[in-house]
Write a protein that binds this ligand. Structure first.
Ligand SMILES: Cc1ncc(COP(=O)(O)O)c(C=O)c1O
Length: 390
């Protein structure tokens, strides 16, 4: 299967790269992809947070970025491209400092480990990555007790945390809450987002009590479209904020953790203690500065395309779509009576890559990302309708 996912040439010119960075050149655009592809356009994928680049396309774009980029390699994850990225994200997030880490898992861990101080209890959402997908890493490696709250909900409210803050300090053995960690959007809840007003109340409540706040903002660059608030505005409610470099920004791995100077200062050394200072991080990161300045605009246009696609598919009477309450990047698409596996197989032949799911799934959990801009919604709709029947 051809998985070329180069950017559409038209939108590349629309957004300026970071200062000192070249725009993506025409050799890294759809023109080259089309020439080498079985399809006249690079594919549209509905499964990833970003372009979903495969090895061949990533290697081609990496070569282009290395040839034309005004950057130098890092050394053990210090300086060069890594420092450029740390500065760029700190600035966008409105924080004085940022540190690169090779995974979001480590970013969340080091954030709560650093913020906790003497308060070893950490209040988290029950559905968060930190609670569900990191083993008991924070307990095993850093002696922190994670308390899961707000089961099944994206918003962690003052009402959720207040009884625990009281119980922790007023217990027979006082055991203060040191940190509250919030994830938004929440991956395990179809990328639903936390209510920002409630989060603001939570932030004020915590600050009045000297409790520190961390945001797992892995996908937070999707929030401005759905909330009307900038990423810096959201970040201001938290002491530390983590953003993934491989979800929206097409790195192959990596994270930044932003915060004040005092919190971030020593973390490059802690990173090394955890064996996580990659000797050369640049090959995983070279595309990030090209996508950072344009991502929010691309994502907004991708949702414009998705809305048109949904309207076309529903008008056909063969598909129905459901959006997520307080949702961000996901909608569910069902095709009553169709064999979803067979449909996905045929759609792939048309260059439209649908997400996999559990065997009993009755709908596709569709991810909206900038690859939707590779083809007009009319063409995507035609491809899906043509894939319904063998
Ligand atoms: C919400 C959230 N937080 C943290 C992570 C961890 O990121 P990484 O895979 O870079 O360790 C993920 C990964 O998918 C995630 O979805």
């Amino acid at each position: 299967m051809d998985r070329r996912t180069f950017l559409a040439a038209g939108s590349i010119a629309a957004t300026a790269p970071l200062a000192g960075w070249p725009a993506l050149s025409s050799t890294a655009t759809g023109a080259t992809a089309a020439a080498n592809s079985a399809h006249p356009h690079p594919p549209v994928n509905f499964w990833s947070d970003g372009l979903g680049l495969g090895p061949v396309d990533y290697a081609a774009q990496l070569q282009e970025a290395a040839r034309t980029g005004a950057w130098s390699p890092d050394s053990y994850s210090n300086g060069g491209l890594v420092a450029d990225i740390e500065r760029a994200f700190a600035q966008r997030l409105g924080k004085p400092a940022a540190v690169y880490l090779p995974s979001g898992t480590l970013a969340n861990h080091l954030a709560v480990r650093t913020l906790a101080g003497a308060g070893r209890r950490v209040l988290v959402q029950a559905e968060s990555h930190l609670y569900n997908d990191s083993g008991d890493g924070a307990a095993t490696l850093s002696g922190l007790n994670l308390v899961p709250l707000a089961k099944g909900r994206a918003t962690l409210s003052v009402e959720d945390v207040a009884p625990w803050v009281e119980r922790s300090s007023g217990g027979r053995v006082p055991n203060e809450v040191g940190v509250i960690s919030v994830e938004s959007p929440v991956r395990r809840l179809d990328h639903a987002m936390a209510d920002l007003e409630q989060t603001g109340r939570l932030s004020r409540f915590a600050r009045e009590r000297g409790i520190r706040l961390h945001l797992d903002g892995s996908r937070m660059f999707n929030l401005p479209l759905h909330t009307g608030r900038s990423v810096a505005d959201v970040a201001a409610m938290f002491d530390t904020v983590y953003v993934s470099l491989w979800k929206h920004f097409n790195g192959t791995a990596g994270a930044v953790l932003a915060g004040d100077e005092a919190t971030i200062a020593g973390l490059s050394h802690v990173r090394r203690m955890f064996g996580a200072s990659l000797p050369q991080a640049w090959p995983t990161l070279a595309l990030v500065p090209l996508h950072l300045p344009r991502y929010e605009d691309d994502y907004a246009r991708a949702w414009g395309a998705a809305d048109r696609l949904i309207a076309l598919l529903e008008a056909s009477g063969r598909f129905s779509a459901r959006k997520v309450e307080n949702g961000t990047s996901r909608f569910h698409l069902s095709a009553p009576g169709a064999d979803l596996d067979a449909l996905a197989g045929r759609a792939a032949q048309h260059g439209v890559l649908l997400p996999g799911g559990p065997p009993d799934a009755t709908a596709f959990a569709m991810q909206v990302n900038p690859s939707l801009l590779h083809r007009p919604p009319e063409a995507i709709s035609q491809a899906l309708l043509a894939s319904l029947d063998a």
